[in-house]
Design a protein around this ligand. Structure first.
Ligand code: HEM
Length: 295
């Protein structure tokens, strides 16, 4: 039954993202942008729920704690996430002159994420002692890194969701910092935790240097990348407000862009180092399965 619900909702959202093919939507830019953000916002939210689900599974397996995943507070945060994925998409369309109630609902729902932020701060000590206990486990390290990235990115995301602040951050590198910080810092870390968890189940504890170096390189480069983007966004927002010409403002940002470039290369190198042991292992598994099947 669950599969039927999931497929139906996926088809509805997927269908919505193609409504632009109908002249009723395509010919009205406000309607089109609003529907596109609704469809794609919900789709990204659903993808996030899948990623966080795998995160929970791994944490349960590593810690052996079977209670947390079914505790009432976990269900509360699950439904909070679900409500957000269904109703917070309007924060993408603050500058679109669509119906005000859409923006008001999105603003209120986005602010409920403060509860998640509060819970991270309240449980900080507990997470710290759990981290100390489990830090030898590579998948756990990725989960711990994702936790820190959730804290940083959620603080930024909540600030950007306040219309008075969004007015300045919209269209600047701060939005890019949010998008890339969340995708790489949160989702990529959790997905690497899942892949290394599968790796460790087959081969035992990961002890190679590439993974250790890759982990530090990617996280340190991402911090530099994220901070540089925020700084570029602040300069852009201030200079646009002061009426500076776009070309002059972009020239002023050149030193920051150079730092951004180096940090981007660092992220690439780190992800590359993290991927080598996984690709080697998984291609060996595929090849041995192929040999078994062809016998
Ligand atoms: C892992 C989680 C998340 C990911 C991957 C993500 C990703 C993105 C992406 C790709 C954009 C579009 C950037 C563009 O316009 O090109 C965006 C915009 C935005 N997000 Fe998120 N997001 C996440 C969570 C959140 C949360 C929880 C909030 C609010 C509490 C939020 C608030 C916003 C706002 C306000 C914008 C619009 C910025 C603007 O155009 O002015 N995001 N996000």
């Amino acid at each position: 039954m669950d599969v039927v619900y999931r497929c139906s909702f996926f088809l509805i959202t997927f269908g919505e993202s193609y409504l632009w093919t109908l002249p009723y939507f395509r010919d009205n830019i406000i309607r089109d942008v609003t529907v596109q953000w609704k469809a794609n916002g919900s789709m990204v939210g659903s993808w996030n729920m899948l990623v966080y689900g795998t995160g929970f599974y791994i944490m349960e397996q590593i810690s052996g704690d079977k209670k947390t995943a079914t505790a009432p507070i976990t269900y509360f945060f699950y439904f909070l996430g679900l409500t957000n994925l269904m109703f917070n998409w309007g924060h993408h369309t603050y500058i679109v002159p669509a119906a005000p109630w859409i923006k008001n609902v999105a603003y209120i729902i986005s602010m409920t994420e403060l509860l998640i932020l509060g819970s991270i701060i309240l449980n900080w000590r507990k997470s710290l002692s759990a981290a100390k206990k489990n830090l030898h486990s590579v998948p756990y390290r990725f989960i711990a890194a994702a936790d820190i990235w959730i804290f940083l990115n959620l603080t930024l995301a909540i600030l950007m969701s306040i219309p008075a602040i969004n007015k300045y951050t919209h269209g600047t590198h701060i939005t890019v910092a949010h998008a890339m910080g969340s995708t790489i810092g949160i989702n990529t870390m959790i997905l690497f935790a899942s892949l290394y968890y599968i790796f460790e189940r087959n081969d035992g504890a990961v002890k190679n240097r590439k993974t250790r170096i890759g982990f530090f390189v990617v996280n340190l480069s991402l911090i530099l990348f994220w901070v540089t983007l925020i700084m570029s966004g602040i300069v852009k927002a201030m200079e646009v407000e002061n009426g500076m010409a776009f070309q002059k403002m972009m020239l002023q940002l050149q030193p920051l862009f150079k730092m951004l470039n180096s940090a981007g290369l660092g992220i690439f190198a780190g992800l590359f180092l993290l991927s080598i042991p996984l690709l080697t292992k998984f291609s060996k598994i595929i090849l041995s399965t192929d040999k078994l099947l062809s016998k």
